[in-house]
Design a protein around this ligand. Structure first.
Ligand code: ADP
Length: 291
């Protein structure tokens, strides 16, 4: 039976910029079950990476809470200090980036043994054996003693995935892992992730701007302007505000009257509050949110 492994309660992130406060994430609520392959899609600047950095604790949240439950261990990520969070992340979450981020002066096998040795989970000889196993998993065993510069981008990303698996974490988070690869190589990388979910039971949260991948995730979220606007299980929506949003945007006028009786009638059906009152207070609704 699947259980909630990641839970976000009212998570918000506001950045202070020269132009003032900027809300990159607005009151996000989310539960991810163990074994899900969750895609987070949305345009550039929508807040996808910010969401990921809240989940892995790389960045501090402004308000709300992120809870991660693994092996009977329940952790409120942002209540830990930086040191404890780094150790926890090393055990719990593998991270894969668009730019691979392998250490260029270390061989492939050394890139993988390094996080194993830092976490102190395995003895030195075991860590090398484990690194070799992981290189075998991503079909790069024969390149083990090369430097990253001597293999292709797709191969480097496979090493980065092997490195993310170094301490056998139950969760992987990946930020645009196929973003700098050609489509065939990107597809191979995607298949590696699919196998990790189906064969090893990993939970994966993957950020991408590629909407073509939506149907391949077990579940996909769409994020827009820091808000979750749709949540789909394969092809079945849990909720979907995207259509209402685009319809509202095309209907909205600056005049004082309701811009779309059809749109507002639908809103009226969906909420207990009369749409006209809300409109008079400064806008239409989508879902239960005024804008
Ligand atoms: P995405 O991953 O969807 O492209 P991000 O999560 O990186 O989007 O960013 C969301 C928004 O937050 C963007 O408008 C971005 O400019 C802004 N942002 C991200 N990081 C910072 C920061 N450190 N300071 C100020 N604004 C930021």
């Amino acid at each position: 039976m699947s259980s909630t492994i990641i839970e976000l309660n009212n998570v918000a992130k506001t950045y202070s910029t020269a132009a003032g406060e900027f809300a990159a994430l607005k009151e996000v609520n989310l539960k991810v079950d163990s074994g899900e392959f969750l895609g987070v899609v949305g345009k550039s600047g929508a807040g996808k990476s910010t969401l990921l950095n809240m989940i892995n604790g790389v960045d501090q949240l402004t308000s709300g809470e992120v809870i991660v439950r693994t092996n009977n261990d329940s952790v409120s990520v942002h209540e830990m200090d930086e040191n404890a969070r780094a150790h926890w992340r090393g055990r719990t979450m593998g991270v894969v980036y668009q730019s691979f981020q392998l250490l260029p002066m270390l061989t492939l096998i050394e890139n993988i043994t390094l996080p194993i040795d830092l976490a102190d989970n395995f003895r030195p000889r075991e860590s090398k054996e484990r690194a070799m196993q992981l290189l075998r998993l991503v079909e790069l065993e024969e390149h083990a003693y090369k430097l990253p510069a001597f293999i292709s981008g797709g191969q480097q990303q496979r090493v980065a995935i092997a490195r993310a698996l170094a301490n056998d974490p139950p969760i992987l988070v990946a930020d645009e892992p196929t973003g700098s690869l050609d489509s065939v190589t990107a597809d191979h990388i995607f298949e590696v992730f699919e196998h990790l979910v189906t064969d090893q039971g990993k939970t994966i949260v993957m950020v991408t701007h590629d909407t073509g991948l939506i149907s391949r995730f077990s579940r996909s979220l769409t994020i827009s302007d820091g808000e979750l606007v749709s949540d789909m299980d394969s092809n079945t929506p849990r909720f979907d505000k995207t259509m209402m949003r685009s319809e509202a945007a095309s209907n909205q006028t600056s005049s004082g009257s309701c811009p779309s009786s059809r749109f507002c009638a639908r809103i009226h059906d969906r909420t207990t509050r009369p749409h006209q009152t809300i409109y008079q207070r400064g806008g239409c609704l989508y879902g239960a949110q005024r804008y």
